[in-house]
Write a protein that binds this ligand. Structure first.
Ligand SMILES: [Zn+2]
Length: 345
């Protein structure tokens, strides 16, 4: 599972430029079904025919990113945060961005660089004491002037991502884009497991684009691509098992199994599907957690427009929307097990 997660999370797939992730997944799905198609907006949809209600498992291919907002005369890049520069996102971005290696997707090649800010060695005392603001951060790609940046195929609008490697510490996996490559890893693993099974549903698996936008463009389009009875979104969830958070605020823990979400910031999830999943977990001794989120949303937010009953299963994750999102390998395995038994029995 780690090898798959490492491979998936390290593929660059900023919002609107998910094609490399989709290509990888297309080749994976193709091994297990002939029915794989790319939709007009760029969603990838794989079909595993079966008798019963139409279920779509879905996870998004895109990741948190920045865009080149302007290029200075001396060749530095000022960046705009991804499409939702509000609340916790801006907070997360500001505090963990400086020092990250950057990867810029130019028009011809990828460029490497670093998210930087002025060192305290050359700041005034008053500047050192004030907290870092978003506009204090810039990207240094090693260029000497604007011309060099242009010649490297970079213009305003090119996306930039954090570019750490994905590592395993004990049973935990840390890296960028767990959101939402863990969902894709679960689907890719399930595709192999269910390929030759009698399914209890007519099953689809969708890798959507542009989830990290207010419009959730990919899943908005998916809602009208097929009429699904049930939509099950797979996402990294929230976890409160770190020293500075009281358990009552977020009781979910890494290693205690997938978290079934009853509500989040935009939806209340389908009671019947939640009960079925709970029953399947109990009968098969699969650990699971039940959870309620406040600052959270999924692709189901827009998939309900097509009349699908919404369901959200999350793999608990620490430090969401950061370059060091951290999950537990066994939670991933248990999520696969839960869905396997749900879809086949
Ligand atoms: Zn997500």
């Amino acid at each position: 599972m780690f090898d798959l997660v490492k491979k998936l999370t390290e593929i660059p797939g900023p919002v609107g430029r998910e094609e490399r992730v989709q290509r990888f997944l297309h080749d994976t799905f193709k091994e297990y079904t002939d029915e794989v198609r790319m939709t007009n907006i760029g969603n990838l949809l794989a079909h595993f025919p079966g008798e019963g209600k139409k279920v779509v498992l879905n996870a998004h291919a895109d990741e948190i990113c920045y865009f080149v907002q302007s290029i200075t005369d001396d060749g530095f890049l000022k960046v705009s945060p991804h499409v939702r520069p509000v609340g916790m996102d801006l907070y997360a971005i500001r505090h963990c961005t400086i020092g990250q290696r950057a990867l810029l997707m130019g028009n011809e090649n990828d460029l490497r660089g670093v998210f930087a800010a002025a060192t305290g060695h050359i700041l005034r005392k008053s500047e050192i004491e004030k907290s870092i603001e978003y506009w204090d951060i810039f990207v240094d790609v090693g260029a000497s002037n604007k011309q060099e940046v242009w010649e490297a195929g970079v213009n305003v609008g090119c996306p930039i991502i954090w570019n750490p490697t994905t590592e395993k510490f004990g049973k935990k996996i840390t890296g960028k884009a767990m959101d939402d490559r863990v969902g894709l890893a679960v689907m890719a693993t399930l595709a192999e497991r269910v390929a030759d099974c009698n399914l209890a549903f007519d099953l689809y698996m969708a890798s959507t684009v542009q989830e990290e936008t207010n419009a959730k463009a990919g899943s908005s389009a998916l809602a009208f691509e097929e009429r699904f009875d049930i939509a099950i979104s797979l996402e990294p969830g929230l976890a409160g098992d770190i020293p500075t958070i009281e358990t009552v605020r977020m009781p979910t823990k890494l290693g205690d199994g997938p978290a079934l979400v009853y509500k989040d910031g935009s939806l209340v999830y389908d009671y019947e599907t939640l009960k079925s999943l709970t029953l399947v977990a109990e009968r098969n001794n699969i650990p699971f957690q039940s959870v309620v989120y406040v600052n959270f949303a999924s692709d189901c937010e827009t998939l309900v427009a097509g009349n699908a009953r919404p369901c959200l299963i999350t793999v608990p994750c620490r430090y969401t929307h950061s370059p060091f999102e951290t999950i537990h390998e066994e939670d991933l395995r248990d999520t696969v097990e839960l869905l396997y038994y749900f879809l086949t029995k």
